[in-house]
Design a protein around this ligand. Structure first.
Ligand SMILES: C[S@@+](CC[C@H](N)C(=O)[O-])C[C@H]1O[C@@H](n2cnc3c(N)ncnc32)[C@H](O)[C@@H]1O
Length: 160
């Protein structure tokens, strides 16, 4: 894959600072594991990925999207490598984060996409500050996965 694609993706990632104005206290970082992947590492990791996974219609979900480092890169691979229009690329992108400011920052950096406040580990949990729309979409995004997991999980006393 050409270096120029990755240079252009890196430029797009660095167009907006990935730190919001929010206070990222030590306690908050400890509680949420809130460390964002630096641009150079995002680009390096994506160079090992078959770029067909970003082809038109292929959806991408980051279940702990933070400020959107991976989703922003996915968007620009869709646009710059696969020739997609931005609105079509954004229609393929989904992100979830438990912190409202990260959700807002991620959506702002992307310029759209389905970016939701939610708890990926407990999709049916209602969070303070989560909108009814976000809660509803969380149910549809994770319903199938959750029911599959429930089916697989043995009851207490059962042998797995
Ligand atoms: C290590 S950061 C990764 C962010 C981004 N994927 C990246 O690589 O730059 C983890 C993110 O997960 C979020 N998070 C932590 N627990 C979560 C949960 N249960 N559901 C959704 N997001 C969560 C944090 O707020 C934080 O933004």
């Amino acid at each position: 894959m050409s270096d120029s694609l990755w240079l252009r993706v890196a430029e797009r990632l660095d167009e907006h600072s990935y730190m919001s104005g929010a206070e990222r206290t030590v306690d908050r970082v400890k509680a949420t594991g809130e460390v964002f992947t630096p641009t150079a590492l995002v680009v390096e990791m994506l160079q090992y990925v078959d770029l067909d996974v970003f082809a038109p219609g292929q959806t991408v979900l980051d279940p702990a999207c933070g400020d959107g480092q991976f989703l922003v890169a996915a968007k620009w691979v869709k646009v710059l490598h696969h020739g997609m229009e931005e609105p079509d690329a954004l229609a393929d992108l989904f992100g979830v984060d438990i912190m409202r400011d990260n959700v807002d920052l991620c959506r702002r950096r992307l310029g759209g996409g389905t970016i939701l406040m939610g708890d990926t580990l407990h999709p049916d949990r209602h969070l303070d500050g989560q909108t009814p729309y976000e809660w509803t979409v969380m149910q549809s995004l994770f319903d199938e996965a959750a029911s599959t997991t429930r089916k697989r999980r043995p009851r207490e006393g059962e042998v797995a």
